[in-house]
Design a protein around this ligand. Structure first.
Ligand code: ASP
Length: 392
């Protein structure tokens, strides 16, 4: 901000010498997002094999995870639309190579999800098609069984490699963000940052509602416990998640607290690690809110079909997001690409990413813990039912 203010008289200096740092950063994100999504989704689908082994626990967990994440994105989109997250501010897009695309119809969108070519979607970074390829290959690998062992190991290893590279990119993010924000402030003035405060407010409100209504409701209905009991027991986990911005880092504490609140080891040791990898409700809310914010700021009207595409990609993007700080922002690039919004939009929100990351991680881990409570209670009830029928 200070550099941008200092260069307000000479924005071309910022454009020539500082902006390239930001461009390199965005290029790195665009470079990693395709292999990251491809391999993490293949590895995710392949791990469904293990889900089958754990039977009812597995099925219930996956259903809860998908339902809560879909709720989360929907909540994010509703709040972003109702609270007009990017209102009152339109960025000058003349210096972007971006042309708002004509929104395709819903049927076209559906048909276009299925690629006719294996390589093209990756070259063009058409993310929905990349996801379809990953899912199809994931199930192919499962069907091939033992013979595909080497592909499973390769995909898992590549997903790990991509996560490491992503961590590296996140490490240099401060320089990238400097390179992105300075020229924006130099040419538009500091008021350009005001909308970001509103973005943070909208995202926080939506995330708080996810905890207050969706999780508390689940705990009441399925775990038959009071929301107060759950939130009190979960408080240390939330604090740790807020400070660390990492679901994976918070996992040991989450398991400990879940067990203290009475969840069996059998359930907590399956549900929570899986959740820390695939269930990211806070990230999904953030991506939904940011997609609307970026669309509004760039003056793009998202049709209902496109908003539904955002829901689907946010669910998938959050599954592919690693539980480490900042990874949700990298996956935001994929959500933007899926509806033809400019990836440059990431630049706008990158400056406040940490503030958003802390809260979305709180929601991510709380969601895992709530599902663990529900699955555990349901397991106990069905075991008791079985015992009763056996005795009768
Ligand atoms: N930091 C988040 C987590 O670990 C992921 C994200 O960046 O959205 O849960």
């Amino acid at each position: 901000m200070l550099a941008g203010l200092a260069l307000q008289g000479a924005p071309e200096v910022a454009d020539t010498y500082i902006k390239p740092l930001g461009t390199i950063f965005l290029n790195l994100i665009k470079m990693i997002v395709v292999p990251l999504v491809l391999f993490s989704i293949i590895a995710g689908v392949v791990s469904l094999e293990d889900v089958k082994k754990v039977g009812a626990i597995g099925g219930r967990t996956i259903l809860f995870y998908l339902a809560t994440t879909a709720c989360a994105v929907a909540l994010g989109l509703v709040f972003a639309n109702v609270m007009n997250v990017g209102a009152g501010f339109t960025l000058d897009t003349s210096d972007l190579s971006y042309e708002p695309a004509e929104a395709p119809s819903l049927i076209d969108t559906l048909v276009n999800i299925f690629p006719s070519n294996f390589v093209q979607p990756m070259a063009d970074a058409t993310m929905l098609q990349v996801i379809v390829i990953a899912v199809v290959f994931g199930f192919g690998i499962i069907a091939a069984g033992e013979k595909a062992r080497v592909v499973v190991e390769f995909s898992e290893a590549m997903s790990e490699v991509c996560i490491k590279i992503m961590r590296g990119i996140i490490l240099v993010a401060p320089f990238g963000v400097f390179g992105l924000i300075t020229p924006v402030i130099a040419s538009n003035g500091p008021e350009v940052l005001l909308p970001l405060a509103w973005l943070v407010a909208v995202a926080y409100v939506a995330m708080a509602c996810q905890i207050a209504f969706v999780y508390s409701g689940l705990i009441k209905v399925f775990a038959r416990k009071s929301a107060r009991f759950f939130l009190k027991g979960e408080l240390p986990v939330m604090g740790f998640a807020f400070a660390s911005a990492s679901s994976v880092g918070t996992l040991p504490l989450n398991m400990e607290c879940a067990e203290k609140m009475g969840v069996s080891k059998e359930v907590s040791s399956f549900v929570l690690p899986l959740g820390a990898t695939i269930n990211m409700d806070g990230t999904a809310i953030y991506q939904g809110v940011c997609a609307i914010f970026i669309a509004q700021v760039f003056g793009v009207e998202l049709s209902l079909g496109q908003q539904l595409t955002v829901v689907a990609t946010c669910v998938l993007a959050s599954i592919g997001t690693a539980g480490v700080p900042g990874s949700g922002m990298i996956m935001l690039a994929m959500v933007l690409q899926s509806v033809g919004l400019p990836v440059e939009g990431v630049a706008l929100v990158a400056g406040v990413d940490r503030i958003l990351d802390m809260m979305r991680t709180v929601v991510n881990v709380t969601g895992d813990a709530a599902v663990a409570q529900c699955v555990d209670a349901m397991q106990r009830r069905s075991a008791a039912r079985k015992e009763r029928t056996a005795a009768a």
